[in-house]
Design a protein around this ligand. Structure first.
Ligand SMILES: *[C@@H]1O[C@H](CO)[C@@H](O)[C@H](O)[C@H]1NC(C)=O
Ligand SMILES: *[C@@H]1O[C@H](CO)[C@@H](O)[C@H](O)[C@H]1NC(C)=O
Length: 308
């Protein structure tokens, strides 16, 4: 029995040390002033908040998304909040050969680059129906454009010892029914950028790669999906603040973390279970997902949502 309590005690000490270590906040807000930042998918959601938080910290900002009217509003607000400069370019990330324009625009308006925040994504909630063309389009938006932008931005980022932040998801750690195509694109991001970091190290480029894993964040899109999946409003009240999420992303990038989960309890436990036992992970995921499958079937045709 004494041995048991010793082990429990040791585990508690390790957890406390881990929490103390990970929660120590060394972020210097002044370090962001004057930095040159690109944020994609910045017209709404987490991307929009990331732009605002960088703006408050006095960065130079270039944002992109598809909808020009929204981008104009975000740029104006960034300037009001204290951005040293703010520009936008409207782009459709599905058209890969056009996405490079973002980097050309950065050369022109920012004259260099410190942070490339790749955040845009699109998803569909439905059973896999064999639509290969739509899968390819989603792959372009959620994955191929990320690779193209990171590649084209690399000369500028190498010069500044900059950072690439790729926003992934719990769906990039384990797989979920009803979102297979989205999961595939997010797994692709992890597969590419984890290795890309090592290649950068190998080629002696001082460019950081941070994979950021947000949980269920209180964005308009999340509430939309929540409503359609008939998640009760009490549960929706537990969605996480997009402002806090944006700040966490900025701090993680500044600390050059290789991976950052926010909040950790939305994605870490399932990732841990997945490592421990795939059977248990499948069982749990299926339990949760099957609750929604009936609802999904009923509403299949109007149930896809866009984030950009
Ligand atoms: C991209 O490809 C499309 C269609 O293939 C073409 O119409 C367009 O001119 C291309 N854009 C650039 C910048 O090359
Ligand atoms: C980038 O980092 C290297 C060391 O890795 C340093 O020698 C160089 O001065 C840094 N450049 C800038 C622009 O900070």
């Amino acid at each position: 029995m004494a041995k048991f309590w010793k082990i429990v005690g040791l585990i508690i000490v390790f957890i406390a040390m881990y929490i103390a270590y990970t929660s120590k906040d060394t972020f210097d807000p002044e370090s962001i002033r004057g930095k040159r930042v690109i944020v994609t998918g910045a017209s709404t959601g987490i991307g929009e908040q990331v732009a605002y938080q960088y703006a408050k910290l006095g960065a130079n900002i270039l944002i992109t998304a598809r909808r020009e009217t929204l981008l104009k509003q975000v740029v104006k607000k960034c300037l009001d909040l204290g951005a040293q400069s703010a520009h936008y370019i409207s782009l459709d990330m599905q058209v890969i050969n056009e996405t490079g324009k973002l980097i050309t625009e950065a050369e022109k308006t920012l004259g260099g680059l410190d942070y490339l925040v790749l955040n845009h994504a699109l998803y569909y909630w439905e059973l896999w129906d064999g639509d290969i063309e739509r899968l390819q389009a989603l792959m372009n938006i959620n994955f191929v454009s990320y690779v193209n932008l990171a590649t084209k931005a690399l000369p500028m980022l190498s010069k500044s010892n900059g950072s690439i932040v790729v926003v992934s998801s719990g769906a990039g750690l384990t797989s979920l029914p009803l979102a297979l195509t989205y999961c595939a694109t997010k797994h692709a991001i992890g597969g590419f950028f984890e290795g890309f970091r090592l290649e950068l190290e190998y080629t002696k480029k001082n460019v950081a790669v941070t994979i950021f894993i947000p949980g269920v964040i209180a964005t308009e899109h999340a509430f939309d999906v929540g409503e359609q999946l008939e998640v009760d409003t009490y549960a929706m009240g537990m969605f996480i603040s997009p402002v806090d999420t944006a700040m966490e992303l900025i701090k993680s990038a500044s600390a050059r973390l290789r991976i950052s989960y926010y909040p950790w309890f939305h994605s870490r436990p399932l990732e841990f279970i997945h490592t421990l036992s795939r059977d248990l992970c499948d069982w749990l995921t299926f339990k949760i997902a099957s609750k929604f499958m009936g609802i999904m079937e009923d509403k299949k045709n109007n149930l896809y949502k866009k984030i950009t």
